[in-house]
Write a protein that binds this ligand. Structure first.
Ligand code: AHG
Ligand code: MN
Ligand code: MN
Ligand code: MN
Length: 326
């Protein structure tokens, strides 16, 4: 029997994930993320039976429209992380950092619900999280080199509910077993293939792209007749979690570049909630992640909600994209 949100039983010995696979100090944090992810996956599986999950309810500080499920997910993770050792909680859906436990040792940043344009159409959505050791202030805890992360993960709510997580020693993959309510290890070391057969970019922005991005996409489109000498297929889901999971599984490249529009001068994706954690997961699986040229893990966020151009995936392709920027 899994945990039931309406009927919590502190005596229930059932854990949402095998603690032996999680560094001891992070167990309460990861357990809370998994338990809440499992609860959220049940809400998502109900779709319209759980209410108007995709209804617009406001705007967040990033200027994104907030959907009912964005707010619900944020409230669930915030509540679940209380008492787990998280001192600072930063969320895409909140303007400022919350202090959950003044004595806690961790700072956790999350995109509680990624891919919110896909809520109403039964396409994979997700949760992304990033963990740092708490520093002397909220700002100092998150505005630091991405390489300081001690853990990062995503939960994908799709045909399967999955957890990919890294603690800096490879990227592990877990699948939520609906019978037990627990995440079960399915791969202890994900390996992102070095070569790619697929690329991903929002092609509706083509007219705004920079010359190097245009050159790369043209190379992909030229297929076996062009410089690449091989055909490349194209995919765009519109959920970073789904895109990342596909690329971790079978290779590929993803680009959300800076473009000529003033509001896309740093692309669309947020450094603290999306780019840094995905870069950590990708690199731990043997892939590469850059802002076009520089490794994301070498970069420092200057503002909580800042955006960063993001390129990641198979090493050969990410290197080629950097070369085209050279
Ligand atoms: P969110 O739903 O958390 O705001 O994130 C949406 C992001 C990301 O998931 C995806 O890669 C990208 O926005 C999709 O962008 P387009 O709207 O340009 O397709
Ligand atoms: Mn959003
Ligand atoms: Mn997102
Ligand atoms: Mn989101």
């Amino acid at each position: 029997m899994g945990h039931n949100r309406d009927d919590p039983n502190p005596e229930d010995p059932m854990l949402a994930i095998d603690p032996a696979l999680i560094p001891e100090h992070l167990r309460p944090v990861i357990e809370a993320m998994c338990r809440t992810g499992a609860e959220l996956s049940r809400v998502i599986a109900k779709g319209p039976l759980a209410g108007k999950l995709g209804a617009g309810v406001g705007e967040n500080s990033d200027g994104d429209q907030q959907k009912a499920l964005d707010v619900m997910a944020d409230e669930m993770f915030e509540a679940a992380l209380r008492g787990t050792g998280v001192r600072y909680y930063a969320s895409e859906e909140q303007e400022t950092v919350l202090t959950l436990d003044p004595e806690g040792g961790y700072a956790l940043a999350t995109d509680p619900l990624d891919g919110s344009s896909n809520i109403d159409v039964n396409v994979t959505i997700g949760t992304i999280f990033s963990v740092f050791a708490a520093a002397e202030s909220a700002e100092a805890s998150f505005l630091r080199p991405a390489s300081d992360q001690i853990a990062a993960g995503y939960i994908a709510y799709g045909p399967q509910t999955l957890l990919a997580v890294t603690f800096g020693a490879g990227t592990m993959l877990f699948v939520l077993d609906p019978d037990s309510g627990s995440f079960v290890l399915s791969e202890d070391r994900m390996a992102l293939p070095e070569a790619a057969k697929e690329f991903s970019i929002n092609a509706s922005n083509r007219r705004h792209w920079t010359a190097p991005v245009r050159a790369y996409v043209e190379e992909c489109e030229a297929g076996r007749e062009g410089a690449k000498g091989k055909d490349m297929n194209f995919r765009w889901v519109g959920s970073l979690v789904a895109e990342t999971h596909r690329i971790l599984t079978r290779g590929g490249t993803f680009l959300y570049p800076a473009d000529a529009r003033p509001s896309y001068g740093n692309g669309r994706l947020r450094m603290v909630y999306e780019v840094a954690p995905m870069a950590f997961l990708v690199e731990q699986a043997g892939g590469k992640a850059t802002d076009g040229t520089r490794p994301i893990l070498s970069l420092t966020a200057e503002e909580l909600h800042e955006r960063r151009p993001f390129v990641f995936g198979s090493a050969e392709e990410v290197d080629r994209i950097a070369e085209l920027h050279g």
